[in-house]
Design a binder for this molecule. Structure first.
Ligand code: PLP
Length: 397
């Protein structure tokens, strides 16, 4: 390996890569569990988890083992053939979510694109072509997913976008009712908004959306790309609400760090796609599917119970911070190990302080510190992270 200094890597990145990411100045080399190391050997406690991806921590031994075993058998086979890990994974997803069928792709945006195409088909026989999503939502960067995303800052300069997406107010049934018409084919919602700043859907609201969709024959699509895969203390966030979607979009944590997306759809919805209607070269790749299968196996009911306990501990400790810094912290909100600290001002300087002191977090929506630690995080690591956060708030008190 070339012996580069950190600045050399940063300079090379500027020269050779699209400048689409405002990266933090850490060149990460390796990781294990809740910890990552940079090229200089500095160690960080990772409460960002590769943006809510490393839900089992970094390089989880069972995932590494499953991937290594699969690598020796076959790395890729086209979907023109059958492969066992993909079929086993689909079965596991259906068993753990709701009866239906699965389509595999490679990312969250792709999962939403698949759901959009399903929704188009769903509406096409009745001339329904409108979609409803929510203000402040985030569904990805491909043109369809970008249109669903209810934040103009991501859409600027990329018009014309998809016709026709209408944006309802979060948790406001009247707002949805005003937008619903005989042209509506689907409603897309994150049960817990992630990028938008960690906002939970109200239980009554989500139930009312389900009833509305049933009454009007509208598809209800849950985007659980960020809030799914154990993040909230249940395997899927919708399981807190006792409301089932017609279509469930997954990605991020599903692959244990490898890229995968999945769409689970009820049978009558999955049946809208005939042979050749949708495809993905890499979708359900055997290596990635083996990793995902191991992730699901590891996320047993006992594991998820522990996630809820850890979530409570994190909450208790953050509530003390809230009490001690009322001028800086407006609110702590979230579910399980998906937590947002709503600040009264910009959050970037806190992120910088934390990183310099060995804790990785990020700031979303300008003023929300997002904590999405590995679900395998220990109680001691939670306390250590909150201590660093406390010092960050003390530094500006
Ligand atoms: N949907 C949600 C809720 C997300 O949080 C994200 C990414 O942050 C996406 C979709 C897009 O996923 P990807 O970046 O894998 O395309």
């Amino acid at each position: 390996m070339i012996k580069f200094r950190i600045m050399d890597w940063i300079k090379a990145e500027r020269k050779y890569l699209f400048q689409t990411y405002r990266r933090q100045p850490v060149v990460i080399e390796r990781a294990e569990g809740s910890w990552v190391w940079d090229v200089s050997g500095k160690k960080y406690l990772d409460f960002f988890s590769g943006l809510a991806v490393n839900n089992l921590g970094h390089c989880h031994p069972a995932v590494v083992k499953a991937v290594a075993a699969q690598l020796k058998k076959i790395i890729h086979a086209s979907n023109v053939y059958y492969t066992q890990p993909q079929i086993l994974l689909a079965k596991e997803l259906v068993v753990r979510s709701f009866p239906g069928k699965v389509f595999f792709c490679n990312s969250g945006a792709e999962a939403n694109e698949c759901a959009l195409k399903l929704a188009r088909r769903w509406g096409s026989s009745q001339n329904r072509s409108e979609f409803i999503s929510f203000k402040n939502s985030f569904h990805g960067r491909t043109l369809g997913a970008l249109t669903l995303t209810g934040q103009t800052k991501y859409q600027e300069g990329f018009s014309p976008l998809l016709e026709k997406v209408l944006y309802a107010k979060w948790n406001d049934l009247d707002s949805v009712n005003r937008l619903v018409s005989d042209k509506t084919s689907a409603i897309f919602i994150e049960p817990v908004q992630g990028e938008g700043g960690i906002f939970l859907a109200d239980r009554i609201f989500l139930k009312a959306l389900r009833e509305l969709c049933n009454r009007k024959n509208i598809l209800l699509v849950f985007d659980e790309v960020q809030c799914g895969m154990g993040r909230t203390g249940n395997l899927f966030a919708f399981q807190h609400y006792e409301v089932q979607p017609d279509v469930l979009c997954l990605a991020k944590g599903l692959g244990g760090g490898l890229p995968i997306g999945a769409v689970v759809a009820k049978d009558e919805v999955a049946a809208l796609f005939k042979f050749g209607d949708h495809a993905s070269t890499f979708g359900g790749n055997p290596v990635v599917a083996s990793a995902a299968l191991q992730v699901l196996k590891t996320m047993s009911p006992a594991f998820l119970k522990l996630v809820r306990t850890k979530g409570e501990r994190l909450w208790e400790e953050l509530n003390l911070l809230h009490r001690d810094f009322p001028a800086l912290i407006k609110e702590v909100r979230g579910l399980g190990l998906m937590v947002g600290i709503q600040l009264s001002g910009p959050g970037d300087s806190f992120v910088d302080f934390c990183r310099q002191n060995g804790l990785l977090i990020n700031c979303t929506h300008g003023t929300v510190l997002r904590l999405v630690p590995p679900l395998t995080v220990s109680g001691r690591e939670i306390t250590e992270a909150v201590k660093i956060l406390r010092r960050a708030f003390e530094s500006v008190k």
